[in-house]
Design a protein. Structure first.
Length: 315
């Protein structure tokens, strides 16, 4: 199979039929063999009913229905597990991503040899205050932190080699950082393509300003995991050593000063340096404990499913 189109969605019933028809037209005109995987992330409207009806008319359609809303990352994870295409295309269901971009994305993977190609919505139709400016700041921080030189980490329109999505674990809210996850997994040929962004035709956006706050927190998380995820003791142990040395230094200073220079002065416990030494040594010990616990958890952790599927179509 040439292409798997993976589409996570939440309450997008108005756009699904038009989106399906558009994708099908592109695929058939380019003679691609394909599948379209819709992942309904706990919609409360008739999105799943629409997917079921579409699947009766088109056997290229497959569906996954979550019991409740688990988030876009979990929806992508479920779709990636089922995808069989040589190239996997992800896109949003709100018609803001243009299916006409699919052939060029496919060619960049198959002919130019990219592992991953990310769309860049250079000209956007979103609110400047609520989305454009925060997005620019977020993308700048992501580039500086991750070392992946993309202009638009948030774009849902991306293309992947099959082996890329089979070797990364998308969890939490890490869908924004799939290129970083791919790089950390060893897939370093990452490209970017300017794609057409379209104004939302139906409904309202599901994302608010809080997604950028969460995005920055996730960025810190992925930075930590990429550097210390497999060796937490290297970070916490180093911090523990530093704090312990500071505390021991103050302790040594207090002892020498008391014995040799000020034997009849204030008690050591009455001096502020005593509490600095005590606090830093305790904190250093706690960092060591955190490192040990991290190592133990890492070695004993078991992978568990992070979502519950209500039903599936055509798998």
């Amino acid at each position: 199979m040439d292409i798997s189109v993976v589409i996570p969605l939440l309450n997008e019933k108005e756009s699904l039929t038009e989106l399906h028809d558009w994708i099908a037209e592109v695929m058939q005109s380019n003679r691609f063999s394909y599948e379209i995987i819709f992942i309904d992330d706990g919609s409360t409207d008739a999105s799943w009913d629409t997917i079921v009806e579409l699947s009766k008319k088109d056997k290229h359609i497959k569906g996954i229905h979550f019991l409740k809303n688990f988030g876009k990352s979990q929806a992508l994870h479920a779709g990636f597990k089922k995808a069989q295409g040589d190239v996997i295309i992800t896109m949003d269901a709100d018609l803001q991503d243009n299916p006409n971009e699919i052939p060029d994305l496919y060619n960049m993977i198959t002919k130019e040899g990219f592992d991953l190609v990310s769309g860049w919505k250079k000209k956007r139709f979103d609110s400047v205050v609520s989305k454009n400016l925060p997005s620019k700041l977020f993308n700048w921080a992501a580039r500086r932190t991750s070392g992946v030189k993309l202009n638009d980490f948030n774009c849902g329109l991306k293309a992947y080699k099959n082996e890329v999505i089979k070797n990364i674990d998308v969890n939490g809210e890490m869908h924004r950082y799939i290129p970083v996850l791919a790089k950390n997994a060893g897939f370093t040929k990452i490209g970017e393509k300017v794609v057409q962004h379209q104004a939302r035709k139906y409904g309202e956006t599901k994302f608010g300003m809080e997604r950028f706050i969460n995005g920055f927190l996730d960025l810190i998380t992925i930075w930590f995991l990429s550097r210390f995820g497999k060796r937490p003791m290297h970070l916490f142990g180093a911090l523990g050593v530093i704090m312990f040395i500071i505390g021991f230094g103050f302790t040594l200073y207090l002892g020498i000063d008391k014995i040799f220079f000020n034997p009849y002065g204030r008690l050591i416990s009455q001096r502020p340096q005593f509490y600095i030494a005590l606090a830093t040594m305790i904190i250093g010990t706690q960092f060591f404990i955190a490192g040990f616990l991290g190592e133990i958890i890492l070695r004993n952790s078991a992978n568990k499913e992070r979502y519950s599927i209500k039903e599936e179509l055509n798998f």
